[in-house]
Write a protein that binds this ligand. Structure first.
Ligand code: CA
Length: 487
């Protein structure tokens, strides 16, 4: 006969076992790693209600949306190489679209590789490392094979059928960097590359739901050419699309390096009508990719994986849409340096955005920390766990973003109030913006004597992060062919 005390002991033991087994499950959380290409913060949940992003908004509501997250280098390969290795571009030496970080760092352990080493199934669908977009769609691009057990490289009608019909307002530029778009009147979402990315990701979730997984899902849009089914264009009446105008003589207020990524400046020589159509198409592409993200997250929920899966959503860099007369990336203004970034999942506070300054190099240590894995010792960033638990916790790290201008670098630091940028160590000019009074960064205060102390302070931060000039690496001759052959 079991005594009352004995029964209590059995109950306690059972409760203990339950707690242990739930701890064991939590010890190996899955990771759904969702990347988008060239998406800026013009999203509903980031305060742009014009843009329809209901699925990203829903994800933000169930996790922590970082209000002020920054990429390390607003260009695909440098940014992606940095996030995936947890190292700054000066360490990876990836400054262009050709050099592979393994050339100089053969033994570096990437995020998915760390998960693989710890017994996870790691797979990639679509673009995670650099890919010529749209040129390399359907190939593995500049992949890192050591990162994955399995890769899937979808190609849809946008790549295989529709390219000849694309409108390009800047025909001197290739489609991957052009003001170019197409509203597809026939194709379904599932026929497009990103529709196929979602379909394949769902297939892998279903197949590997019983294992600890790290599934990286890399969408190709809203990168140009902005091709999407027509219904997404219909969300954006042209009269609601504005292109900012610039004050006369604006270009004389900033160093030449600040504006030289858009040639001809302003707006790649397009007129306002063309620029509006282009921006409309970019927003259509955001809504299209948002719908595909929704399909993947819905599948995760349907499979009952929500409670034990960390979702990370990020865009490789921001994007200028006519602000400062600039388009696209490779500049050091907020529009290109700032990125959407959301974490959701077990242990992460739901629905409270974090106002703290964070960087892409923080993603690696965060994921390792959340999964209980030992991260490499040399990572450049810090685990964001304190902010995922308490989004307004004390945090005092600035964000560093850089670009290259042929012979010299542009280097920028962002603190909670200021952005300060040096071109060629200041020899080619400096910029200072006060985000408390000038969030659009239109008044360069660098030469204002009233701000001399601020400039001096920020100069020290830049010098500390970039103590010396590092040259980017050069691709091995024939590297692209070699990689293609190895596939
Ligand atoms: Ca990109």
């Amino acid at each position: 006969m079991i005594t009352k005390l004995g029964r209590r002991a059995v109950q306690l033991l059972a409760a203990g076992l339950l707690a242990l087994s739930s701890q064991a499950a939590a010890a190996k959380p899955n990771v759904l790693f969702i990347a988008v290409d060239d998406m800026n913060n013009d999203l509903g949940c980031y305060g742009t209600p014009l843009v329809k992003s209901p699925n990203i908004d829903k994800l933000a509501a169930r996790g922590v949306r970082f209000e002020r997250a920054y990429c390390q280098f607003p260009l695909c390969s440098p940014s992606r190489s940095s996030i995936m290795t947890g190292l700054r571009p000066d360490t990876t030496k990836v400054f262009n679209l050709q050099y592979h970080f393994r050339q100089g760092l053969p033994d570096v352990v990437t995020i998915p590789q760390l998960f693989r080493q710890n017994g996870y199934y790691a797979a990639r669908v679509g673009k995670i490392y650099h890919y010529g977009n749209p040129g390399d769609i359907g190939t593995s691009g500049l992949d890192d094979p050591a990162s994955w057990q399995e890769v899937v490289n979808p190609a849809g009608v946008d790549k295989t059928a529709l390219e000849p019909d694309i409108t390009n307002f800047t025909p001197q530029r290739g489609l991957g960097s052009a003001m170019s778009f197409l509203s597809d009147v026939k194709g379904r979402d599932e026929d497009h590359t990103d529709g196929k990315v979602a379909t394949e990701a769902i297939r892998l979730l279903e197949k590997h739901q019983g294992e600890a997984f790290f599934l990286a899902v890399g969408f190709y849009k809203p990168h140009t050419p902005y091709v999407a089914p027509k219904k997404y264009f219909d969300l954006y009446p042209l009269e609601k699309i504005d292109i900012p105008s610039l004050p006369d003589g604006y270009e004389k207020t900033v160093p030449a390096g600040a504006l030289s990524a858009t040639k001809p400046w302003p707006n790649f020589g397009t007129n306002v009508g063309q620029a509006r159509l282009t921006k409309q198409a970019y927003y259509a592409a955001i809504s299209f990719v948002d719908a595909q993200i929704g399909r993947v997250i819905d599948a995760l929920d349907r499979l009952g994986l929500r409670e034990n899966t960390i979702i990370v959503f990020w865009s490789d860099h921001g994007y200028s849409l006519g602000t400062h007369g600039l388009w696209m990336k490779q500049n050091l203004f907020e529009d290109a340096a700032r990125v959407p970034m959301i974490f959701a999942g077990p242990g992460i506070k739901a629905g409270t955005p974090s106002p703290r300054i964070v960087e892409f190099v923080d993603v690696y240590p965060t994921l390792a920390d959340l999964a209980g894995l030992k991260a490499p010792a040399n990572l450049a960033g810090a685990s964001l766990r304190p902010l995922l638990v308490k989004p307004d916790a004390a945090w005092n790290r600035p964000a560093f973003t850089q670009v290259e201008r042929g012979g010299f670098p542009g280097r920028s630091v962002r603190t909670s109030r200021w952005r300060y940028t040096e071109w060629d160590g200041g020899k080619q000019g400096t910029e200072l913006y006060d985000h408390d009074s000038d969030p659009k960064e239109m008044k360069n205060l660098a030469a204002n004597p009233a701000q001399a102390a601020v400039v001096a302070e920020l100069k020290v931060l830049v010098a500390k992060n970039w103590p010396e000039r590092v040259e980017g690496g050069q691709a091995e001759a024939g590297a692209k062919k070699k990689r293609a052959k190895a596939k």
